[in-house]
Write a protein that binds this ligand. Sequence first.
Ligand SMILES: [Zn+2]
Length: 374
Amino acid sequence: MQVASEQMTKSKGQMAGGDLQTCNLQLVTCPLCGAEKAEPYAEAPDRFFPKSGELYSLRRCVQCNMVYLNPRPREADSGRFYEHAEYLPFASLQRNRSLINQIYELLRRVNLHWKRRMIIDFWQRKRDDREVASGKYASDSPLDLQSANLQTCRLLDIGCGTGEFLATMKAAGWQVEGLERDERAAAWAREHHQIAISAGSVEQLSASTQQYDVITLWHVLEHLYDPGQALEIIARRLRENGVLLIAVPNIAGIDARIYKSNWVALDAPRHVNHFSLDTLARLGSKHGLTLRWWRQLPLDAFFNALMSEKLAAQRRRGRWVLWPLCLVRAPLVALASLIGGSHTPFSYAAYGASLVCFLEKSHVTQTARLSKHK
Ligand SMILES: [Zn+2]
């Protein structure tokens, strides 16, 4: 991706520190295909400051349909946008937890169960695939849960936060490691889960020689300034037939279409890229990763709808009389997202609130689709 030499300066409203700060915004080309031409997609607020009047521009590439923030803050400035007390992924670090944080943590536990189930389900389908019968996946594959080699399955979670997913997989017998950019979260996870967690970013993996059977990116890729470079590095760390799991909000989802600039998962300026199944598959294929299977995280549909309604209401300011309408609409939108994201015979028509994609590293052309075994 190229960064335009032109620099824009934009006044940013009330920030986490309470000061009026100035951040430099930079223009970029499409992170997927490199094209410069893009059409306006939405003007979105920072959801933590919905009334500041500051809006970030999202654009859709006319060549490949990728939606991305443009212009966007410089990467060196991006850390400050994560320092808000309501930023939920690090809720475990907070001593005085709000009701929303406590609900979030409860739902996260349910989500953890689904995440583990999804991964195990994938291996079972992988084993059942016709390609297994043809000998493509030997029964002694380290990815085969039925073999006695589960203990040798090595998983790396990038952007592991406070390590709850890793702890779940560790309890299931996997060898797990984590990588987390936030040093406080990494230290908390090491102390509470006794898991090897490095503080750092994806780039530091390029100096490693460790190979993994599974690498996971749970709601991380949309934050990365150069997703192509990240996938390039990650692909080198995967064993042959190893799997990269990517979970992202779905920009093609029903809720994204309905809420548009109020869609909470736009999360400007923290989310700089927005993927659909199509753009994610194309990005993976550029780096030798083939999309094999996809699912959705059901709770994301409800979280997105409720939080999007809240953001819309905050931006409407005093029009509280519309609240009952919002409370009726949110579950309906969530339900529509759930149905839209349900698995149908493999196609690129995925309209759920989120995407959980399994991409396999293989030098062999993949033609069979695991969904045949649905
Ligand atoms: Zn493009």
